[in-house]
Write a protein that binds this ligand. Structure first.
Ligand SMILES: Nc1nc2c(ncn2[C@@H]2O[C@H](COP(=O)(O)OP(=O)(O)OP(=O)(O)O)[C@@H](O)[C@H]2O)c(=O)[nH]1
Ligand SMILES: [Mg+2]
Length: 471
């Protein structure tokens, strides 16, 4: 089956619509059109001369086979090599009924002139034929599947070559470095002199910084693109569900003075700062005689990990008590700068004189934490808290230059970093330049894998199998 090199697929979604588009790519494209397309005026079959003369023009067309008219539509013929895939291509625009598309694809397949395409096969051909590098090819899938404006903008930058440019900049720097190191190996009987080596070391630091910068941006962007999530955590009875209801403006979560009222996640979406935000009310954490509810903690931790903001609710109406150790550990060790924790002392209407207060919390956790006092009962502090939440969301969305890297990109960038760090330590140890050059080549190989200059069937298979058919 795969020895037929021409492929055909419905490129618009399966289902009914105003129009549908079938795409064909490969050397049999003109053959196929000659067999199934009639000129509407004369009902004559079209010929190659007509196609070449009208390449890239929309042509009215009757799609017909064996005297049966299949549909009335349009075609566009694209002559290689200046096409999406680099091959001869055609688009057949038909009425958007899947039965019509199926019929045309069957007719063409039965003629033995084309086979149904595999997922992403058109774009894969574009990559293979040098129409685009791998970073652009794989971004096309994300362009189609992006779920928010933010994600779309971040992916568009990769599509339009920002990542490719950055990779090329790193590549040029590395090639230069390697050439300098190799020149020393070839032409001198001693290693690079001290001041020269300092300059090279400086260059390595710069490249590592560039990589760190893009990795950081991607980490932030990927968190945001998955949607903004806020987790309400804290001990039982602290008022998490009450606060959830206050933020939502309606009674979503059950509130009661019985500890452990919320047993599982309750999640609700709300628009805050112009963004769709998911709020998760978790089951309260408690210690029952030394025995801590493991499952509750596991779930709270999971919610905290997946959220961009944590609202840690504390009951201010009772005497200061210890936090659940795991929660405390998580909050204290929290260093990721793309997340924000707000510590909320609730029940301001009936504060206990020995409860947690801002001062104690700062002493206990650290000085620069954010502490807010609220009362879900009287509503005091709720507006102020909401504003803090909104501005935190806004500031997270003002990440300059968001990049959305694929897992694959992260992997290779980290590998390049590893090699460069190794180069640094090799120099520090006074290792011979031959070995340093090998490590630089290793980094260059990862660069080539990023852009797809070096690639394997396996990698391409993995990338393009995620695509839809017809793309
Ligand atoms: N006085 C006072 N009581 C409050 C306030 N907020 C909540 N409560 C009460 O505290 C109790 C617990 O509130 P919930 O919102 O159910 O607490 P929770 O943290 O969701 O508790 P669990 O789901 O059991 O973990 C209820 O009786 C609430 O009415 C407040 O600001 N002031
Ligand atoms: Mg609750």
């Amino acid at each position: 089956m795969h020895n037929i090199d021409t492929i055909i697929a419905l490129s618009t979604p399966v289902g009914r619509g105003a129009i549908a588009v079938i795409r064909i790519s490969g050397s049999n494209t003109t053959q196929i059109l000659k067999q199934i397309i009639l000129k509407p005026s004369s009902k004559e079959k079209i010929d190659e001369e007509y196609l070449f003369k009208n390449a890239r023009k929309f042509l009215r067309a009757i799609i017909s086979f064996n005297d049966e008219i299949i549909d009335d539509g349009m075609i566009v013929f694209f002559q290689s090599p200046n096409t999406y895939t680099g091959e001869d291509m055609a688009e057949i625009h038909i009425h958007g009924n899947p039965l019509i598309a199926k019929k045309i694809i069957n007719v063409v397949s039965n003629l033995g002139l084309a086979r149904p395409s595999l997922p992403g096969e058109f774009t894969r051909r574009a990559f293979i034929n040098g129409k685009m590098d791998l970073t652009k090819a794989e971004s096309i899938h994300r362009i189609i599947t992006a779920k928010s404006e933010y994600e779309l903008n971040a992916v568009k930058k990769i599509y339009f070559g920002d990542l490719y440019k950055l990779i090329n900049r790193i590549r040029s720097e590395l090639i230069l470095l390697k050439a300098q190191v190799e020149a020393e190996v070839d032409f001198s009987d001693q290693d690079i002199d001290y001041s020269e080596k300092e300059k090279l070391k400086q260059k390595i630091v710069q490249i590592i910084n560039m990589i760190d910068d893009v990795l950081k941006k991607s980490k932030i962007a990927s968190h945001i693109s998955q949607g903004f999530q806020i987790a309400l955590v804290g001990k039982t009875n602290a008022g998490k569900s009450s606060l959830m209801n206050k933020i939502l403006g309606w009674d979503r979560s059950i509130v009661s003075d019985i500890e452990g009222t919320t047993r599982d996640y309750i999640s609700e979406e709300i628009e805050l700062a112009g963004m769709l935000v998911r709020i998760i009310d978790t089951a309260g954490l408690r210690e029952t005689k030394d025995h801590i509810e493991k499952e509750g903690i596991r779930r709270s931790k999971e919610a905290m990990e997946k959220s961009q903001m944590i609202l840690h609710v504390i009951d201010g109406s009772i005497k200061e008590y210890s936090f659940v150790p795991e929660l405390e550990e998580y909050i204290k060790n929290y260093k990721d700068n793309y997340k924000k924790i707000i510590h909320i002392i609730n029940k301001k209407d009936s504060l206990h004189p020995d409860s947690w207060n801002e001062e104690k919390l700062k002493k206990y956790i650290h000085d620069d934490i954010v502490v807010k006092y609220i009362s879900c009962k009287t509503g005091e502090g709720i507006e102020d808290l909401k504003q803090s939440i909104e501005s935190a969301i806004k500031s997270q969305f003002q990440v300059p230059d968001p990049f959305l890297l694929e897992e694959r990109h992260n992997y290779h960038f980290n590998k390049i970093k590893e090699s460069l760090t190794k180069v640094q330590s090799l120099w520090d140890e006074g290792a011979p330049d031959e070995i340093v050059a090998i490590e630089l080549q290793e980094a260059l190989n990862h660069i080539a894998e990023l852009t797809g200059e070096i690639t394997t069937e396996d990698i391409l298979g993995r990338i393009f199998s995620m695509f839809c058919i017809g793309k």
